[in-house]
Design a protein around this ligand. Structure first.
Ligand code: MN
Length: 720
């Protein structure tokens, strides 16, 4: 186990200004709270945080990272609290420890094997500080190194798979080649032990016989470079079992056929020396065609730089060759972790890096020292996303601000449609709640539930919005269509015409609707009036009407049982009902107040137009009207029950499934008909509309009004 003073020495070696006292206190605290806890290996648990800290000193991480490493499991695994950490070690350490703890909990929560890509994003998104991620990677590396101590086979495999799918790619993307290679090989050993063992033993055999070979080749390469005055260091190794296995897979060759299992690296002082070294080596050995790659002029997306080539090298061995500078080497090995050690040029972004890596580099260029660099290094990537879990551990990625409704639609459209509630982390929460990273969301559904139009106001995903809109559109269209159809039906009856969908289909075509239902919907919505449609549907009828109005009335009477023909301004039919009127005078009912039997009424005489009947309190009858032109009128005591008048209601209702239908049901239950309907204002939640109904008298209208008012969807209803 690494000792306290060793750790301090290693840190001090590259950071002489490090806070030794802080490190010592963390060491003692961690040892105390972990107490007698043991690892699966039988070692004291405390050895784990120390080893993780050790790994981070290898990466030359800052003092705070090392301290956090020592404390990283205290909150999750011991009685220590975050508050305690904060008061003992300050807010920054507390924040870092909290970050690592959250990632640990995330790991425990998810069996996210299928969701690797999303899970990786989540890990990054949750790492508010890149140091959190680096500490987590070091933690994982030590756990992988000690994986074989765990007895449970399933658990070992799960951890190995998670490492392969989540942490190896993260290390790779951050350019941390060394960490990447080691994690990969450890995971491979667990996941494919037979293959790993067979490659390993084969390599061991080769290594034994080639120990001298590697040494000889190194010396030969060094001699060649030094002959032209290049100062360099050369290293050589057998490739890792996992990388050999990948090659075997990709090229579909056996181990014996695989030629280059040795890799050599030549490290020089400058970029120009890299090309100089390449030149001299290429002129000295046989070059294997197609193997040369220049990652110096075109770095990899993770900022990796080197020259690669393949040679028939010394002793006629096929070898792989990498040539790079010291800086490039640091970056190749440590990736992001190396960036803050080097503040020098040739890291300039060429637009190919991941944006967040580019962000890191920009900060790197501006920051004056490594501390400031890390201070400003907040991971920007995925900041616009949240990642949540289903109860089964499936990961759902959503834009920031997403709600349980978005979540439900992300699972499946049908789930979204049937949503009635949501539990977030086990608690019932409002559907408009903004989801947070790592939330576990359970959607509660009911079979015949429909989307609510109000959802549209707070969902953020296009999928949810489109689906809700489509549903509302269809539903409204159905309602309008039904309404339009009944309006047309009634209009036909009223005009004494035989309702025929065949004829109406032609009208639909005339208006260029594909379906007759579209025509119905248009009538229901008030785009066309029923009268307009009928005029087009029955052109003959218009001629007839002009020839003989009588015949129309006669035809109409056929349907007398259903409804009496009643035109608002038909004087012949209603004159008899009003007392005080000069016989023969033309009579109209005012459109402003829609007077009904039972109302107090007055008449206003208009030259050439006859008498217009208003309610006595009608606002349309102003003081400007000459009193001489006003007539005191009243309704006859005995009204013809069958004569219908039009009353107008203004109402406001909640736009829900079946709202319109329940309106029309109430009205027809009261033996009334809707003759006209006009939408004044329409939002996702509420509709305002005028509705004209046929009634006997005021009382009839009052009854309808009262019945409507009792509907829960109605917020407001008044007679106009
Ligand atoms: Mn740990």
């Amino acid at each position: 186990m690494t000792r306290q003073f060793e750790l301090v020495e290693r840190l001090k070696a590259y950071d002489p200004t490090a806070d030794e006292g802080l490190l010592n206190r963390a060491y003692v605290f961690s040892m105390k709270v972990h107490g007698s806890q043991l690892r699966a290996s039988g070692d004291p648990y405390f050895s784990h945080p120390i080893e993780v800290a050790g790994i981070l000193t290898d990466m030359r991480m800052d003092c705070y990272s090392i301290v956090t490493a020592l404390l990283h499991d205290t909150v999750e695994d011991t009685a220590a609290t975050l508050e305690e950490i904060q008061s003992l070690f300050g807010p920054e350490i507390a924040r870092l420890v909290d970050g690592v703890t959250k990632l640990t909990r995330l790991e425990l929560q998810s069996e996210a094997t299928k969701q690797a890509e999303n899970f990786r994003k989540l890990v990054v998104a949750m790492s508010s500080d890149i140091r959190v991620l680096l500490i987590k990677l070091a933690d994982r590396l030590h756990n992988m190194r000690t994986l074989h101590f765990i007895d449970d086979n399933t658990k070992r495999r799960r951890i190995a798979r998670e490492t392969m799918e989540i942490y190896v790619p993260l290390a790779e993307r951050m350019g941390m080649q060394k960490l990447n290679d080691e994690l990969e090989d450890l995971a491979f050993a667990e996941l494919n032990p037979e293959m790993h063992e067979s490659i390993k033993s084969r390599l061991r055999f080769l290594y034994q016989s080639s120990e001298n070979t590697i040494e000889t080749i190194i010396n030969d390469l060094k001699r060649v470079a030094e002959e032209v005055g290049l100062e360099c260091s050369v290293s050589g190794r057998l490739k890792s079992a996992y990388s050999i296995w990948c090659k075997m897979q990709n090229k579909n060759v056996t181990f014996e056929q695989l030629a280059d299992i040795m890799a050599f690296r030549l490290v020089v002082n400058s970029v120009s020396e890299c090309y100089q070294a390449l030149g001299v080596i290429h002129s000295h050995y046989h070059v294997i065609p197609g193997r040369f790659k220049d990652y110096i002029s075109t770095p990899k997306v993770n900022n990796y730089q080197s020259l690669h080539t393949g040679l028939i090298g010394p002793l006629n061995h096929r070898i792989e060759m990498q040539i790079r500078t010291k800086e490039m080497h640091q970056i190749a090995e440590l990736g992001v972790a190396a960036h803050w050690q080097y503040k020098k040029g040739n890291l300039s972004p060429d637009g190919k890096q991941y944006t967040w890596l580019r962000g890191l580099l920009e900060i790197l260029e501006q920051a004056s020292g490594p501390e400031e660099f890390l201070e400003h290094t907040k991971l920007e990537m995925f900041q616009d996303q949240v990642f949540c879990f289903t109860p089964k551990g499936e990961l759902i990625s959503l834009p920031k601000g997403a709600t349980p409704i978005d979540f439900a639609y992300a699972i499946h459209s049908d789930v979204g449609d049937r949503t009635v509630g949501a539990k977030i982390n086990g608690r019932q929460m409002p559907l408009r709640t903004h989801l947070q990273n790592g939330d576990q969301v359970e959607i509660i559904t009911v079979k015949n539930q429909c989307p609510s139009p109000t959802w549209e106001r707070f969902v953020v995903t296009g999928k949810a919005r489109a689906r809700i809109r489509k549903f509302i559109r269809n539903q409204q269209r159905d309602q309008f269509s039904e309404l339009g159809k009944s309006l047309l039906h009634k209009a036909c009856i009223k005009e004494g015409l035989v309702y025929s969908e065949k004829v109406l289909a032609a009208v639909a075509q005339h208006f260029q609707y594909n379906l007759i239902d579209d025509l119905f919907a248009a009538v229901g919505e008030g785009i066309h009036t029923a009268k307009e449609v009928i005029t087009i549907a029955f052109p003959e009828r218009n001629k007839k009407e002009s020839v003989s109005e009588k015949s129309v009335i006669e035809e109409t009477n056929v349907e007398k049982s259903l409804i009496k023909p009643n035109k608002n301004n038909d004087p012949r039919k209603t004159a008899v009902s009003i007392k005080g009127l000069i016989p023969g005078m033309a009579l109209h009912y005012a459109g402003c107040c829609h007077p009904l039997p039972g109302d107090n009424i007055i008449g206003v005489v208009t030259t050439g137009k006859g008498v217009t009947i208003h309610t006595s309190d009608c606002e349309g009858v102003t003081s400007t009207i000459d009193p001489e032109r006003m007539l005191d009128l009243s309704w006859h005591d005995e009204m013809d029950e069958e004569i219908r008048h039009v009353g107008r209601l203004k109402l406001n209702f909640i736009n829900k499934t079946g709202s319109l239908a329940s309106l029309t049901t109430i009205i027809s239950k009261h033996q009334s008909n809707i003759v006209n309907l006009k939408i004044i204002n329409r939002t996702a939640e509420f509709w305002d509309l005028f509705i004209d109904v046929e009634v006997k008298d005021v009382e009839h209208l009052q009854n309808i009004k009262a019945a409507l008012r009792s509907l829960p969807i109605i917020t407001f209803v008044e007679r106009i």
